[in-house]
Design a protein around this ligand. Structure first.
Ligand SMILES: [Zn+2]
Length: 228
């Protein structure tokens, strides 16, 4: 088996998904140089950071934590683009494993009952074939020793690719495009809502508004990246 792997690697070397150089057999998804270049967000204070502050006055949340900064020409952008639009779901596992390990060590999210993804509309899911948060969410659930629960929070109408103007409109006028298929399951629970990138936070805010219909729910947010 090892021999077969070596031969396959020789003829079909895997490449770094951000710089396209061949990966060594010990490397996964990205090369060591790019890995060290990733803009990981360091926290001094998990309870009071600028990601959580971005939601203050909008929705009550316990914690909001992102893994990477998302910048215009950054490797983060490449990673997430490869995950979302090139179907490389292993990237979700890669980020979930790394971030999940850090979160577990930080003991910041030890009391999470469920992890739920920002849902895709079923039409979009059909078109893309997968939700880009699935592998990430499953991995996080393993590290945080909790349950990944998709399909309870659903998206009830499709959002088309947004222009800048539409995005502005959306930001100022929040839509209600999410609903719960079970209104009791999250009562008295601490739910971790996950997404890929926080930009305006409007989508997460809409999800939270729906989730807050559950009695005595606590919500925290974790995303792969955060736009400064
Ligand atoms: Zn690289």
């Amino acid at each position: 088996m090892k021999y077969l792997k070596d031969v396959l690697h020789l003829f079909f070397p895997k490449v770094c998904c951000t710089c396209n150089t061949s990966l060594l057999q010990t490397e996964r998804i990205i090369c060591t140089i790019c890995r060290h270049d990733l803009p990981i967000i360091c926290y001094r204070n998990y309870k009071d950071n600028k990601i959580k502050n971005a939601f203050s006055g909008r929705i009550p949340i316990e914690k909001a934590i992102s893994f990477l900064f998302y910048r215009k020409e950054s490797k983060t952008k490449e990673l997430i683009h490869n995950l979302k639009y090139k179907g490389n779901q292993e990237i979700g596992t890669f980020i979930g494993d790394w971030f999940g390990h850090l979160l577990n060590e930080s003991h910041q999210l030890d009391d999470i009952d469920y992890i739920i993804p920002v849902p895709l509309h079923y039409k979009k899911l059909k078109l893309r074939g997968f939700n880009q948060l699935t592998t990430f969410g499953i991995c996080l659930a393993q590290h945080l020793n909790t349950i990944y629960l998709p399909n309870i929070l659903i998206r009830t109408s499709a959002s088309k690719t947004q222009t800048f103007k539409q995005r502005l409109e959306r930001f100022s006028k929040l839509d209600t495009k999410f609903s719960l298929t079970d209104s009791t399951i999250f009562a008295n629970k601490h739910v971790l809502l996950i997404d890929d990138v926080i930009t305006t936070g409007a989508t997460l805010e809409s999800c939270c508004k729906e989730l807050l219909k559950s009695k005595n729910i606590k919500i925290s947010i974790v995303t792969m990246a955060y736009t400064e």
